[in-house]
Design a protein around this ligand. Structure first.
Ligand code: MTE
Ligand code: MO
Length: 384
């Protein structure tokens, strides 16, 4: 191999434009990016391209996906959204849904298992613009919630053998607090088939197992919905008064991830995003030495970004991530352990470890370390 191709002796002119940020745990560490991606597809997960996590809006192409392989093809001409258990139950067709006043939400969508010990790559999340009628306006269209205090949302993706669709339930209080919408568009386009055409639930700040795709039935109930996904699948054990009890994954925790490392002059530019924790992100700190020291990154908040690009009101941005940048000048070639931590407007700091009072795959709030190898830089040989 010619010397110029070996990374260790690359001169400045031939230095790579970006460096790989390797997860230090999970499948991607053991199998490498490509094999891990293949394995995740077997269980119907596709992660976002990490570089897309360093942008305020994630492109629809390549946006992460998590379901059960079945993507129903819904005929928009016969589609109905059935709303039951409400004061005045209705079945609305697509034109009726489209005619309701639309609201927009920009929010992180994150699979509750994102970043767990299997998926150290933390790519099961994205941030898109969603719009459609608010859940509240659907309630109004049906004369109000009636006696219903809880709702189950059903998707059309029936599993072959079980013939049961996907379903997830939330309380009316949670839906109102999150200001959920039934999205008909994603990033300004009608929903794609893989992301739930023609309608899906979007619940800002709540993990996306509740963002039911191919939504066909909103079922008002007088008790919590205790389907298998609520009761069992998306649950953790939490320590309450000395006892471990099963709790459902719900509000997204305080998180951040370094997504990209690109060449910048004689150093590197690290970019990524920070979100969660129910309060706006106030700042982000980076460590390039495995946690010995932390320095502030530059943070662009969603409010700053969208202020320059139109008139999205602040409530439309609740639960949106901010994008950070950090100029990194490593002291020399070698392998470094990089991490970032988010700090919210109340001063809460993302922790190095998951909450010790929470056991399970969900709400992985710990700092996600990345390992990066900086090649040696040699100046190109100049004139003698
Ligand atoms: N109908 C239906 N909705 C669903 C699912 C599903 O399997 N079926 N998966 C849920 C889960 S676990 C996640 S993380 C999100 C992922 O949304 P996306 O595939 O659009 O990224 O969809 C949710 N909505
Ligand atoms: Mo998920």
């Amino acid at each position: 191999m010619p010397d110029s191709l070996s990374l260790a002796s690359t001169d400045l002119a031939a230095a790579p434009e970006s460096l790989e940020l390797r997860p230090v745990d999970g499948l991607p560490r053991w199998l490498g990016g490509r094999l891990a991606r293949f394995f995740l597809r077997l269980v119907s997960m596709e992660e976002n391209d990490a570089a897309h996590l360093a942008r305020m809006v994630t492109p629809t192409a390549g946006y992460f996906r998590r379901d059960r392989h079945v993507h129903p093809e819904v005929d928009p001409t016969t589609y109905r959204l059935n709303l039951t258990g409400l004061a005045d139950p209705r079945s609305l067709d697509l034109a009726e849904l489209q005619a309701l006043p639309r609201e927009t939400r920009v929010c992180v969508q994150e699979c509750a298992g994102n970043g767990n010990h299997i998926m150290g790559s933390a790519g099961l999340c994205g941030q898109a613009l969603w719009s459609g009628p608010s859940f509240e306006s659907l309630l109004e269209r049906c004369g109000g919630p009636g006696d219903s205090t809880h709702f189950a949302f059903h998707g059309q993706d029936t599993l072959g053998v079980l013939k049961r669709g996907y379903h997830y339930g939330l309380s009316l209080a949670e839906l109102r607090k999150a200001r959920a919408i039934v999205a008909l568009t994603m990033n300004g386009e009608p929903l794609s088939r893989r992301h739930g055409f023609p309608a899906r639930l979007i619940v800002p700040q709540i993990y996306s197992m509740s963002h039911v795709k191919w939504l066909c039935h909103v079922e008002g109930k007088t008790r919590p919905h205790m389907g298998i996904h609520n009761r069992l699948v998306f649950t953790n054990k939490e320590l309450h008064a000395g006892k471990w009890v099963r709790v459902q994954a719900r509000w997204i925790g305080l998180k951040s991830v370094i997504a990209h490392c690109t060449r910048e002059g004689s150093g590197w530019l690290l970019t990524g995003c920070a979100w969660g924790g129910e309060r706006p992100i106030a700042s982000v700190e980076l460590s390039c030495d495995g946690g010995l020291s932390w320095q502030p990154a530059h943070l662009q908040t969603p409010a700053e970004f969208f202020r320059e690009r139109g008139d999205l009101p602040a409530p439309a941005l609740a639960g949106a991530w901010g994008v950070f940048t950090f100029h990194w000048l490593p002291p020399g070639p070698g392998t470094y352990k990089l991490g970032c931590r988010a700090i919210d407007s109340d001063g809460n700091i993302q922790q190095l470890d998951n909450d010790p009072k929470v056991h399970g795959h969900f709400n992985q709030t710990r700092v996600k370390w990345r390992s990066v190898t900086v090649p040696e830089r040699r100046l190109p040989p100049g004139p003698a």
